[in-house]
Design a protein around this ligand. Sequence first.
Ligand code: AMP
Ligand code: ZN
Length: 469
Amino acid sequence: MTKLFLYDTETREKKRVSPHDGHTIRMYTCGPTIYDFAHIGNFRTYVVEDILRRTLQFFGFSVQQAMNLTDIDDKTIRGAIAKNIALKDYVEPYRKAFFEDLEKLSIQPVEFYPAATDYIPDMIAIIEKLIEKGCAYRGDQGSVYFSIRAFPSYGRLSHLLSSELKLNASGSNEADEYDKDNASDFVLWKQYDPARDGKIFWESPFGPGRPGWHIECSAMAIKLLGPSIDIHCGGVDNMFPHHENEIAQSECFSGCKFSHHWVHVEHLLVDHKKMSKSLGNFYTLRDLLAKGYTGPEVRYLLLSTHYRTQLNFTFAGLDAAKASLQRIEDFILRLRSIRSSALSSHLIPEARLNFQKALADDINISAALAVLFDLIREANSLIDQQKIGSIEAEDLLQLLASWNQVLAVLPLHAGLESIPKPLLALLEQRESARKSKNWPLSDSLRDEILSHGYLIEDTPSGARLKRKS
Ligand code: AMP
Ligand code: ZN
């Protein structure tokens, strides 16, 4: 098997993927803040991370993956206070909706979905150690901050200039700016503020309060996957300051390299602006399903552009995704209807190798899909010439099934649904009416079949029925 290479944001080069313990890839992916429904921009990142997970498995690795659910955050707390309900009760419907959406998009469940609220003691333990080591300090107003002076390689992931880093490391413009020694230090523990937090706080050795967002991910990653993981992923907006801060606090805490590989997914745009809640230019998966699109169509659209390239969302693009899936389905139906025998065309070995090579090159999905569509074109032309027999058709279906372990979007079930026997009998009668050139009878049989919701497709290998979509 070809070796798998992935671009690493930190070293800015394609690096070979190999698990540090010799067999299991440990991967952490920053998950959603569950204060509302996720939008399809968020799902672009999760679909790509799913393609990455499935590619790792395709290349023979076992994977242990954690995706956090951010349930402690200004937005979740604000929502719970506004509704006057417990934080857990506020986030629950969005947590549930998130898992429903993952399933609709055929995103494989991962091993761990930690929620921040379940890991507060782990966060506190890390903060205590950081204070002990002199990497963190308490501000005058009670919050605890990480001191970026304690971590000289701060900025090595995002490659920003030190002046740019200073502007924004804390990721906030909050009033606590004056509480810190240095404007770029970021918060580890936020002092409880009744006006902001209502009754939501946790006790800690630093007083009541709540963890900062960055420490949530470090604590959960270290607890579930160990201090040194293989791959850490997220959208490009997570790179700075979130991932930079995760590196600093994790490495000061553990003394070892936090992640060997960093993968960042480019944004989904609308009219060339990032799709986001704050701009109001977003669609949820539910919005698109309500318009009649399907989970596979949305998945296909989100996966079909290379993950390091921005993708501009349009309905024309979604319609094109639908048409591509239809083309694949027609091909699958055609393969299933082949009954004849013919010599093998030898299409398969080259396509198999090229698909694998495309994935191995930083998941070059466009090249992988080009291999798929070239195969369809060449095979269709051979089928027209009756040069593909039933054994090769079955091998082609198996090849598609193996690619679907990664793509998880091919309509492999097409043609397997059982067509009612009376309709098959009508089809046979129509075939013999056509053979004897009895066109009126043939047409009326076609209309009867149509009235039962099925279309007749005439192919070189015979007629077949297909449910009307
Ligand atoms: P959030 O809930 O805002 O923390 O975002 C969850 C994940 O979705 C993060 O990995 C973000 O980087 C990612 N994300 C947010 N907006 C987009 C977008 N428009 N396109 C792709 N990924 C996004
Ligand atoms: Zn994170």
